[in-house]
Design a protein around this ligand. Structure first.
Ligand SMILES: [Zn+2]
Length: 373
């Protein structure tokens, strides 16, 4: 009996095949899917987006043919940017308080995919891998966890190789940040079939936490309209925060402003400590906490929870895995996909699951036997 994971893309992509793919194989497969969505199980509603996603992945792919300044301004990063010509950032992306005369050179150039805009290569790959619904009977162990490993494997294939960096006209000295987490969220809906039998439909979405960008100098001399350290990072995170925030209030779930997320708050145990200790802990949290939008859950939640129809016959679930926890699996045989360690959702994501989407965080927790849970 085979213990291999279930196939993806309407049974057209075997796990072991996807495991062995190199970059060219992935590109060929993307072409096959886009040219024949139906036989790969991709709903017609994705038709336009699928073509766009292919284009975005191809354009962001590193390599000499792609080193035009429009995709790879210095320093190279795996995200879309455009030059700012005497243009102020849109109001929602301006610093608060405003900064006068801050030099601005590049800004993000997000692309429309589905109802949401996306700027990064890892997210485009996540969108591609999520185009076709999961097969019947798919669950965390036989489908979502192993295919999340494939997702990261493919993301790595689209990073510049050492040889490409050497051959490049560009300076790849600035390290490009990897995502710290990968996540898959799914939604199971029972719909009534023609003969009144229940048909289970499972859609899912894979995403990565903030990554694909290069650190720039302490003054953020590049692509900048904030004065804080790492302001380029802040501006790309702010974009993802805005995806989750309510358009009217600019707050997440009408409650949390920018930089006020639960991951910046004291836990009950921390709050019990005396004044000075609390102050110190709060200062540490300001540095070590993170905001809504940072997490790998960002696009999965938007696609599966925000845009999904909630009914009593709908079930939600998800899992997150740290890329480094996949290392053993990635170096081993395909069977090693079972080793990844699943990470529980952070406090921001728990809040979103419970208070914003009302679907509970229970199905997003690691299995009870998991040693790190
Ligand atoms: Zn989170």
């Amino acid at each position: 009996m085979s213990n291999l994971p279930l196939d993806a893309f309407g049974g057209k992509l075997f796990f072991t095949t996807a495991w062995e793919f190199n970059r060219a194989d992935v590109e060929t497969f993307i072409d096959q899917v886009v040219n024949d969505l139906t036989s790969h199980g991709v709903p017609d509603s994705w038709k336009t987006a699928a073509g766009l996603i292919r284009g975005y992945i191809t354009q962001l792919k590193p390599g000499q043919g792609n080193e035009s300044a429009s995709y790879y301004p210095i320093p190279p990063q795996y995200l879309y940017r455009k030059e700012l010509v005497n243009a102020a950032p849109p109001p929602e992306e301006r610093p608060d308080p405003p900064v006068a005369d801050e030099p601005v050179s590049f800004e993000l150039d997000p692309k429309a995919v589905s109802n949401h805009r996306v700027y990064g290569m890892y997210d485009f790959l996540g969108y591609f891998l999520s185009l076709a619904p999961a097969p019947d009977g798919a669950d965390r162990d036989n489908f979502f966890a192993p295919w999340l490993v494939i997702y990261w494997k493919w993301c790595k294939l689209f990073q510049a190789t050492e040889q490409e960096k050497k051959d490049s006209q560009l300076n790849w000295d600035k390290p490009i940040k990897d995502p710290k987490m990968l996540q898959c969220t799914w939604r199971k809906t029972n719909i009534e079939g023609e003969d009144n039998e229940d048909i289970e439909k499972i859609v899912f979405h894979m995403g990565a936490s903030l990554g694909g960008y290069a650190f720039v100098g302490p003054k953020g001399e590049y692509g900048v309209y904030q004065t804080k350290k790492n302001n380029w990072t802040q501006s790309i995170l702010r974009f993802r925060f805005n995806l989750l925030a309510d358009p009217g209030s600019g707050k997440v779930n009408n409650q949390y402003e920018w930089t006020k997320a639960p991951e910046y708050e004291l836990t009950a145990a921390q709050a019990k400590k005396s004044g000075e200790k609390v102050k110190k802990t709060l200062m540490n949290l300001a540095k070590s906490g993170w905001d809504f939008g940072n997490c790998a859950e960002t696009y999965p939640f938007l696609e599966i929870l925000s845009d999904g129809g909630h009914t009593s016959r709908t079930e939600y679930g998800g899992l997150s895995i740290k890329p480094e926890a996949m290392a053993a699996a990635l170096e081993g045989e395909p069977e090693a996909f079972k080793t990844p360690i699943i990470t529980p959702p952070c406090r921001n994501c728990q809040y979103l699951l419970e208070s914003k989407y009302g679907c509970g965080a229970g199905n997003f927790q690691p299995p009870v036997s998991n040693p790190t849970a």
